[in-house]
Design a protein around this ligand. Sequence first.
Ligand SMILES: NC(=O)c1ccc[n+]([C@@H]2O[C@H](COP(=O)([O-])OP(=O)(O)OC[C@H]3O[C@@H](n4cnc5c(N)ncnc54)[C@H](OP(=O)(O)O)[C@@H]3O)[C@@H](O)[C@H]2O)c1
Length: 288
Amino acid sequence: MKTILITGATGNVGSEVVKALKGKRVNVVAAVTELEKPELHLPADTERVRFVFGEEATYAPAFQGVDAVFLLRPPQISDAKHLINPAIDAMRAAGVRAVTFLSVQGAQSNPLVPHHAIEKHLEHSGLEYTFLRAAFFMQNLSTTHRDDIRLHDDIMIPAGNGRTAFVDVRDLAAVAALTLTGEGHVRQAYELTSAEALTYSEVAQILSEVLRRTIRYPHPNVVQFWERMHERHQAVGYVLVMTALYAVAALGKAGHLTHDTKRLLGRDPLTFRQFAQDFASVWEKAPA
Ligand SMILES: NC(=O)c1ccc[n+]([C@@H]2O[C@H](COP(=O)([O-])OP(=O)(O)OC[C@H]3O[C@@H](n4cnc5c(N)ncnc54)[C@H](OP(=O)(O)O)[C@@H]3O)[C@@H](O)[C@H]2O)c1
């Protein structure tokens, strides 16, 4: 049976990829940074191996006997050349055949994002690769921006009236599972979006309807955004990256939709409304 290693297995996307592979005739191994950490997002019976980008001693044992890897760049890592690419070389040396890499929309033409260097490295690695160039995750609203909505009933994102192409992480994971287990995906790049590009006023409207209370989009400027992020003790580097991404959205450059998700899954992608309904409990206010 084929063995598939999932990096970032405890995160938003990786944990969904583990779930999406359950029930398929493959052996799934979760790469985790701490073996003993209780993982809320991983099924208890998931096989685990310790793997840390930058700790080279963890590479060979993790890749031993692995046929395919789901590769995810942790958001904290920006130096792909020194921290991710050597791991790709170690995969090849250990006999891994194929890699599905979670990239980002536009990575092929934007050398500023770390995914660009990773894509280039994979192209020359001798590995069979598939790129999943993802749009903006709907789940950013239920994770990074959850407390804006939960505690303040607002969305504090400096994206003006620009439209954003969203994708549900569960659809991404379903496509990842397909590429890791199926045929015909070698040297392919898929641009994964849902069928909707929404403004944050529209996002606020959908959330208001689903949560049955008013969620506002106050069109915050960058200073207001930074103040909120500062209140929540977010790391400066992370806030800088978000500021740049939301500036792109404000300029109307983040709304590009494709049909790849529908074509690959053979069904309509999940909508933002469906996402909001499924995750509604995370925005419930804590009991008084
Ligand atoms: N957010 C978006 O809208 C969006 C859109 C397109 C693409 N992306 C890309 O998606 C990726 C983020 O995915 P995500 O949201 O699933 O991330 P996430 O939830 O933050 O999870 C990160 C994962 O990486 C692991 N990790 C952290 N440091 C590590 C290290 N040094 N070595 C090995 N593993 C490590 C974490 O493990 P621990 O739990 O042990 O720390 C965790 O499992 C990024 O590359 C991002 O650019 C995001």
